[in-house]
Write a protein that binds this ligand. Sequence first.
Ligand code: G6P
Length: 607
Amino acid sequence: MCGIVAAAAGSNIVPVLVEGLKKLEYRGYDSAGLAVVGATGIERVRSVGRVAELEAAAAGTSAPTGIAHTRWATHGVPCERNAHPHVSGGIAVVHNGIIENYESLRRELTDLGYEFTSDTDTETIAHLVEHLLRAEPDLFRAVQLACRRLVGAYAIAVIDQRQPGKVVVSREGSPLLLGLGDTGSYAASDASALLQVTRNMVYLENGDIAELTAAGVRIERRDGKPVERPVHVSELSAAAVELGQYRHYMQKEIFEQPEALANTLEIVGGAKSIQPGIFGAEAANLLHDVDQVLILACGTSAHSGMTARYWLEAIAGVSCTVEIASEYRYRTSVPDPRQLVVAISQSGETADTLAALRHAKSLGQHKTLAICNVPESAIVRESALRFITRAGPEIGVASTKAFTTQLAALFLLTLVMAKVRDRLSEAEEAAYIDQLRHLPVAVNKVLTLESEIEAWARRFADKHHALFLGRGRHYPIALEGALKLKEISYIHAEAYPAGELKHGPLALVDAQMPVISVAPNDELLEKLKSNLQEVRARGGELYVFADADAEIPSTEGVHMLRLPEHYGQLSPILHVIPLQLLSYHAALVKGTDVDKPRNLAKSVTVE
Ligand code: G6P
């Protein structure tokens, strides 16, 4: 999703802006631009495509104050005319988010004589600030007044050629933080863009307006009240986002899973038992009378929630509902104050998940837990309890290590809930913990199957459709496999619980349709085997991911790979890995942009 970088410093900031945009590339974008206050006024450079192209186009630009942006189109097609910054008179603006009242503002500003040159909602902000500056010459005040007129979610950064050395930023709903450097002040959508200049970060709250100069920052609320915000020293490792030996971030992140899981599970240490406190100091108190669990999430994070539902009901005996956040937030639901609301999000900034969490709270549901990979994110800050997955920065748009670490966190939640509800003996708990501890090693063994999976993926070069089958706790894994394949290889893929085959998808099966089946040796294997026969009988080509114990013969038209270990309840964590590898290699065969698939964004901070 769109990214902002802004800087006011004592020397040329163009390299900082460009480097910052490169760090935000992972969020997904289709065009980029920057504007600086140069010797002759606003100098703007914009380009469609990669930040590297913008960098080349901006080679001759130099100034101590500027703003920059990567755009992911919402209003208006991706083209240079719609790329940010947008200018009006002597001011330039970059913006993330959506201005909901832009049509009425646009009419008002058109009536005042402003000409619109783009299809964006952002341009209304540029003209609005320009208009307000006529009566209120101070940029900070003019932006403050403008923000009072804006309805929607936004983060903005504004410069004025008559007030060089100053950037004014504000946020409402979209992420924005400040970086305090020795010789300058900065702002960006996330900390990774600013690590190049500072580790001292200030997280703006909704409704904050900040002025950045080389000397420092000042913050006020939209209503004019001055406010102080604490400085956090970021612990994000700059090295964590380098590509290293891998061809793509997705590949790197798939192979980082053993380490990501080990880091996430470090909290368990050498213990034989897990305490509720791993979810926060208040956890024991808050969880003791929970009667139901409601999981809210989007995309891959929703699939981890769907998997956890099987665990929570089977092991902890607590009923669990999983709901797509964008549905829940607009639905009339029946609130239950004893329900534990679990928001799962890699980024912690997904607009729908955040809004769903807030909606639940507005209904009086205050037992909230965030399972999230970004400790400083909004979803974490707004939840009563938290568990931080320690996957490290995930750059590839298609989520991998965030998913498996979410699953690990959700399994820990299952164990804690089971204990609180007296459903787990000491011996069972110790056995599960041993299995968790062994997980990084087990994942490593699965990763050794890469070359065989790569060979399978070559057979997908001419495929346009694929079907994924799973049963029970592996049905969400089939869903995740299908999502991965469609996201990055653009092969249309659907997932079904195998028992549903006869109720529709079997009609699609022919020799052109690869059918990928998640088939560990669990209580549903015999049922699944009959479903696979149904596919073979129609000429469908089967790709079966079984495990060491699964008795499935490899026959003509049935390709089979065995995962090295059978892993019981935790088997979904292992079985998703070959599906990640299959989609990665299918995407390579197809020649798609693996880390930045078309039309998708890493962090969806607008509806
Ligand atoms: C986007 C990403 C997905 C991710 C989803 C939810 O669609 O491309 O990979 O699963 O958002 O994101 P979250 O950060 O809330 O987990």
